[in-house]
Design a protein around this ligand. Structure first.
Ligand SMILES: [Zn+2]
Ligand SMILES: [Zn+2]
Length: 227
């Protein structure tokens, strides 16, 4: 299913005057959000979490004449990584994941493909990400925020200065990521959210790994898991 970008990003464009490209595609049986994010002017983008529907993702890339600089996984679960291989074969770009989730990519137990009955076709990462690292995408910068808890190497990605954060399976609208899966920690996810995400301004838009977007302000106020 292809969805047009949330109003939040249009608002961000209006407010900052920057030409951002942001498209959300809901992928796979667990309905993960794949985001194609980048610079509308230079046509350079990154694909965040291609967990399925590679044909549809590639269609958006072709139609919009985009150049994929990197594939970034917010974490190693199969619903966010399933089509890494198909997309890499098409775009010939590097695959990036946090160093602490490296092994998940190739372990069918850890990445849940055994559990979900996926036929796994894995590729190893090309480069490992570290906390606070900056990834340049045209005129935009994505900052890696290590937010462990759902998995050891879960990351969020802040679009620096634009009040936008991709939160993966760490923080959802009205929820938080599961911590009962291999490598999960309830204590760590709460600490990650409090210390690394809720410190952003209330207006900051969050784009989670599943479900609709929200803001830091709304989650601080209404998220029942953060009381
Ligand atoms: Zn997950
Ligand atoms: Zn997920």
């Amino acid at each position: 299913m292809l969805e047009f970008s949330d109003s939040g990003y249009n608002m961000a464009n209006i407010l900052t005057g920057d030409k951002m490209f942001l498209e959300k595609i809901v992928v796979g049986q667990l309905e993960a959000n794949c985001y194609i994010f980048g610079d509308d002017k230079t046509r350079e983008v990154v694909v965040i979490d291609p967990g399925g529907n590679a044909v549809e993702i590639i269609e958006v890339i072709k139609t919009n004449k985009l150049r994929v600089l990197a594939i970034i996984n917010t974490h190693g679960h199969i619903d966010h990584t399933f089509d890494n291989k198909a997309l890499k074969e098409y775009s010939k770009c590097p695959l990036l994941i946090h160093e602490d989730d490296r092994e998940m990519l190739t372990s069918s137990f850890q990445n849940l493909s055994d559990f979900l009955g996926y036929e796994i076709s894995v590729i190893p990462p090309d480069r490992l990400l570290k906390d606070n690292e900056i990834i340049k995408v045209g005129s935009f910068e994505l900052k890696v925020i290590h937010t462990p808890g759902h998995t050891p190497g879960c990351i969020s990605l802040e679009c620096v200065g634009k009040e936008i954060i991709f939160t993966g399976d760490t923080l959802f609208a009205g929820g938080i990521g599961r911590t009962d899966l291999p490598g999960g920690s309830g204590e760590k996810i709460i600490s990650s959210i409090n210390k690394r995400l809720l410190i952003y301004s209330d207006n900051t838009i969050i784009y989670p790994g599943h479900g609709p977007s929200s803001t830091i302000g709304k989650e601080k106020k209404y998220n029942p898991f953060l009381k």
